[in-house]
Design a protein around this ligand. Structure first.
Ligand code: HSE
Length: 310
């Protein structure tokens, strides 16, 4: 195998009550990347299309993640990559995670799978550290495992994959403003009141049980965030209105996607997800802010191979 073309999916991190722990993989939103073996050692980013991100490997999240992988392997090999970026950086749907997860996934395949998926998560987290200053795994884990993932421990790293219920759909509103993850982490409080922690733990447990048992009622009751959303939502214009409209249209719940500014809603069934997406767009048309709306089934496998050149 000389070259791979892959789809690197967008993801929803936190999923309301699972800050830095939970993530969901999307199916219809993501970047494309071409990764090929090269005779020159190291990493060369040959092309970036669609967004203004650094071409220098040491400053690019995909480059940094591959360099971390090559360093662990101590391998005398090189790679050239082309990135076709559709996910805008700072959108809250895992733009940096798609690039770093896609990069390590493809390089690992081209090298004959020396690393496990969990190890790839650890390597892709190096890209997240470069992008936001924090090596969180709740975007790279669902991008690499697919479905819904739970980071049960950071040290040592441990991830549990939870299969997403068949009829679970996400609607995502992406306002065209940039909110840097580092900035939206800086508004958070270091300490959490015990009462909020107890509520959040109840919701977290409820959401995990609901996902395992496909209990949409329980999923709906549990999609609340007492700890992060109150501080971050003020950075997102019309957040409350959008959320309220999603619930009116029948969504199971709605919240901030990752660190924002995107707002997500989960629904049972595609028809409801369509109505929710339409409602999101109607609310945002009243603001002066450009936006995109996406709708997606949960992607059960994560990064996908689109083409192989032998
Ligand atoms: N868990 C991270 C955060 C995700 O909320 O800061 C960033 O996409």
């Amino acid at each position: 195998m000389k070259e791979l073309k892959i789809f690197a999916p967008a993801t929803i991190a936190n999923v309301s009550c699972g800050f830095d722990i939970l993530g969901l993989c999307l199916d219809t939103i993501g970047d494309e990347m071409v990764i090929r073996k090269s005779n020159n050692k190291g990493v060369k980013i040959a092309k970036i299309d669609g967004q203004d991100v650094p071409l220098e490997a040491e400053k690019n999240v995909a480059g940094v993640a591959i360099l971390a992988l090559l360093q662990q392997l101590n391998a005398d090999v090189g790679f050239e990559i082309e990135i076709y970026k559709k996910i805008k950086p700072g959108s809250g749907i895992g733009s940096s995670a798609a690039s770093s997860a896609g990069a390590v996934f493809a390089v690992n395949k081209l090298l004959g799978d020396p690393f496990s998926t969990l190890e790839l998560v650890g390597l892709a987290m190096q890209g997240e550290a470069l992008a936001s200053g924090t090596a969180h795994a709740d975007n790279v884990a669902p991008a690499l495992y697919g479905g819904c993932t739970m980071v049960t421990s950071y040290d040592p790293l441990h991830v549990v994959k939870i299969p997403a219920p068949e009829a679970l759909y996400a609607s995502v509103l992406h306002p065209q403003i940039e909110v840097k993850t580092a900035d939206s982490r800086s508004v958070l409080k270091e300490y959490v009141p015990l009462k909020s922690l107890v509520t959040q733990m109840g919701n977290f447990g409820g959401l995990i049980s609901g996902l395992y048992t496909q209990d949409y009622n329980l999923i709906s009751r549990s999609l609340h965030d007492e700890i992060i959303e109150p501080y971050r939502s003020i950075l997102i214009p019309a957040f409350d209105k959008v959320k309220e409209r999603c619930l009116q249209e029948g969504a199971l719940g709605s919240g901030i996607s990752g660190s924002g500014p995107s707002i997500f809603a989960l629904s049972e069934g595609e028809e409801t997800a369509k109505k929710v997406a339409k409602g999101m767009a109607e609310v945002y048309k009243e603001t002066q802010i450009d936006f995109d709306v996406h709708r997606s089934k949960i992607n059960p496998i994560g990064v996908k191979i689109l083409d192989i050149i032998e």
